[in-house]
Design a protein around this ligand. Structure first.
Ligand code: SAM
Length: 747
């Protein structure tokens, strides 16, 4: 290479120019060299110089040049286009397809020395020095297996201050590098560009095979002579390569992991792409699976969701929303179902059809939507087209209508309740979904029978029955759900989660179970307070509701216990001590008379309610005729509600603060269970009538009951009838129990 450079540079007459004139310099040097060639060949045509294929390919360069010169010499034999431009190439030469002919030796060949003609003094001197110094360096001893470049490393260490002998090699290498830089700068940018372009072209000609241009793999030389340089070069390549590969490893981005959707329309859809397999294997797997599959098409488009919503489809609700019992539950025996109240025997004829229902019309607006201020709601009347000011879209006081609509759908969820088996209370009723507070759950339906019919059934049909499904209804009638709705299975609890309330729907009374103030959760057993009236000591049952405040027996509510105790007094003597004790325990505390002062706030609240209700009434156009009567009615309700609060204060002495809402709710509750509504709008007897009855009963009572068993039986019978009547007057959905002393009654 050096000789070539010397050849080329030696013909220059001018000294090296600065870098920025490099292109021009190379051009001028080449033109000069061509003119020199012209001079030597003695021809008039300008020869073209084929650029070397690589920086180190000096031999080919010189040979090519010589060959060209030879061609020019023979130009008279065969005309050939001579390239004058430096930027054009002999493609056949570059690609190696050029067949080289044996060249003739020229006079230049004979004149050429190792270093060639030296025109640059500095370079020639340096070269001579280099050769002189290199020769002894080559004589250095080499150990077998030593890696080339080791010496270099050692010398670098020494330079860093080990204090050893300074390697002369380094100096030599430094000088050589400087020389190469110098010469390359002389060759110029243009020259390198040309070389690069040639390489690219060569690549193209060889069909993109770049194996010959690829960097050689590092190899430990099996050593001889001048491999040192090569070895050094390859060693640096190795180092570079290892460092590059480690850097590449560091930089190499991690393969991103696929994140699957956790929400959206296609969530839960079967995914048949196994990321562990490649595409081909996945396809094969899919093919195999598709044989068994029916659907192999793509998931439905997005708008299919809307269609699904419109059409509906089967799906499973979460267990806490809907959880029905598994199929195969034990069926209760002897239960005949009826979804509507059925009049039996004389009940239909005795039912006072013409019973004047209080005519009312609510004055609610669409904004309020028959809320708690709705007059109908207050009176436990269901709104309908005849008594509601607003339509069904806005009205929220139509519970039975809501229930009807719900059950029309017919699914288990819509029905919402199912019969379950309890541990020690026979069957029960449980919810299989949630219910809002005060939401209607199920209607209590059955046969409506007269008192006489009830007595008759007791004596005959239910003689040996364990469970009875009798409930005080309306107009002194009994609702017998032995044949009735599923509601008959609802058990009693002293701390119930539901309440049984009688409503008036289209002028007729109807009983239904409503959720309590806390609402109902899925799977809860539904219970209400039976307010049980046993009528006889024989019928007292142990309560197994397990509530913390359990009364211990299936007995009446504390506030009603006094009346019942009075009724049962004649019976609760002698052998009936146990029952008496039980009853005393249950009711004793709450019947103690206490003087209660009603707080002014409560009084004020009630007067407010009264004013509001009167105002509502005066607004109702349907009330013009009956306004005075209704006003009296409101007066009565308020009075009784006040009295109710007075009584309840006995129980709730700790409650000093009663909010207005609570008062309204209480008033409604009193109205609902009828305790304070006797003689009220739902046709209950007046207090006067009640007093008369009591006087009459006292008269009828024998002077000494212990004297005769017949007298005792009569007394029982009368008290039973009286109690039933009394409770039916209350109309509070009280469950009544079979009368136990059948023998006595039969007498
Ligand atoms: C209307 S039925 C209720 C359904 C009844 N468990 C069944 O299997 O048909 C009323 C009867 O259930 C029983 N019962 C209801 N609640 C009870 C309770 N808390 N403790 C004990 N027995 C109860 C009593 O025998 C009662 O007479």
């Amino acid at each position: 290479m050096l000789s070539f450079l010397q050849n080329q540079l030696g013909r220059r007459s001018s000294p090296l120019r600065p870098d920025h004139t490099r292109v021009e310099t190379s051009r001028s040097s080449l033109s000069r060299s061509s003119s020199a060639a012209n001079a030597s060949s003695g021809t008039s045509e300008a020869p073209s110089l084929t650029p070397p294929t690589s920086n180190t390919d000096t031999a080919s360069f010189s040979e090519d040049a010589t060959a060209k010169i030879g061609n020019i010499e023979r130009s008279s034999d065969r005309p050939r286009r001579v390239r004058s431009s430096i930027s054009s190439y002999n493609e056949s030469v570059l690609s190696g397809t050029d067949k080289r002919r044996p060249r003739r030796k020229t006079s230049d060949d004979f004149n050429r020395t190792v270093s060639g003609e030296t025109l640059v003094e500095g370079i020639a001197e340096a070269q001579n020095q280099l050769i002189q110094e290199t020769v002894p360096a080559l004589d250095e001893s080499w150990e077998r297996g030593a890696r080339p470049g080791d010496g270099l490393k050692v010398s670098v260490k020494e330079e860093n201050g080990s204090g050893r002998r300074k390697s002369t090699r380094l100096e030599l290498v430094g000088k050589a590098t400087a020389m190469v830089e110098k010469t390359s700068s002389v060759l110029g940018k243009r020259g390198f560009e040309t070389v690069d372009a040639g390489i690219t072209k060569l690549k193209g000609l060889k069909g993109g095979k770049t194996s010959s241009l690829r960097a050689r793999e590092a190899e430990v030389p099996s050593f001889e002579g001048s491999v040192t340089k090569k070895a050094r070069f390859s060693d640096t390549v190795v180092e570079d390569k290892t460092s590059q590969s480690s850097a590449a490893e560091l930089k190499r981005p991690r393969r991103p992991t696929k994140r699957w959707l956790s929400q959206g329309l296609y969530v839960g859809q079967e995914r048949d792409f196994d990321p562990r397999l490649n595409e081909a294997k996945n396809q094969l797997k899919r093919k195999r699976q598709s044989k068994d599959r029916q659907r192999t098409f793509l998931p439905l488009p997005m708008f299919a969701g809307e269609r699904t919503l419109e059409n509906g489809r089967h799906f499973r609700l979460p267990f806490d929303v809907f959880s029905p019992l598994p199929p195969g539950q034990p069926k209760p025996d002897e239960w005949r179902k009826t979804q509507k109240n059925v009049f039996i025997g004389d009940a239909a004829s005795e039912w006072k059809k013409a019973k004047s229902m209080e005519c009312s019309k609510c004055v609610c607006t669409t904004d309020s939507g028959c809320d708690e201020n709705c007059f109908n709601r207050f009176m436990l009347y269901e709104c309908d087209s005849s008594n509601c000011n607003i339509g069904p879209e806005y009205c929220t006081n139509r519970p039975f209508e809501e229930l009807r609509e719900r059950c029309k759908a017919g699914s288990k969820y819509h029905i919402g309740v199912e019969v379950c088996k309890t541990l020690d209370r026979g069957h029960g009723l449980r919810s299989n979904r949630t219910f809002e507070p005060n939401q209607i759950i199920i209607e209590y339906t059955g046969e409506i029978i007269t008192q006489d019919e009830c007595d008759d059934r007791m004596r005959k049909r239910y003689k040996n029955a364990e469970c009875y499904y009798l409930m005080d209804f309306d107009q002194q009638m009994i609702l017998d759900a032995t044949r009735g709705s599923i509601a008959r299975f609802i058990n009693h609890s002293c701390e119930p989660n539901c309440k049984m309330i009688k409503w008036t729907v289209s002028g007729k009374p109807r009983m239904a179970l409503f959720a309590g103030d806390k609402g109902i959760m899925t799977g809860d057993e539904l219970t209400y307070d039976y307010n049980f009236d046993p009528y006889s000591t024989k019928n007292v049952q142990e309560c197994r509701c397990r509530a913390p405040s359990c009364r211990g027996v299936l007995g009446p509510k504390p506030k009603e216990a006094k009346d019942i105790r009075d009724t049962l007094k004649p019976l609760a003597t002698g052998g009936k001590r146990k029952f008496k004790q039980a009853l005393e325990d249950t009711v004793g505390k709450v019947t103690k008379k206490r003087k209660v002062t009603i707080p002014n706030s409560v009084k004020a609240a009630f007067s407010k309610v009264k004013t509001r209700t009167t105002a509502n009434l005066s607004k109702a156009y349907a009330l013009t005729a009956t306004s005075t009567r209704n006003e009296r009615l409101v007066e009565k309700i308020s009075e009784r509600s006040l009295r109710g609060i007075k009584r309840s204060s006995l129980l709730e002495t700790s409650e000093t603060k009663i909010t207005k809402k609570t008062i309204v709710a209480m008033a409604r509750r009193r109205s609902a269970n009828g305790t304070f509504l006797k003689g009220g709008p739902i046709g209950l007897n007046t207090e006067e009538e009640e007093k008369d009855e009591k006087v009459h009963e006292k008269k009828a009572r024998p002077a000494n009951r212990k004297d005769s068993s017949k007298a005792k039986a009569d007394s029982v019978k009368k008290s039973v009838v009286r109690t039933m009547r009394k409770s039916s007057r209350a109309g509070n959905g009280k469950t009544i129990r079979a009368i136990g002393d059948e023998e006595e009654m039969e007498d």
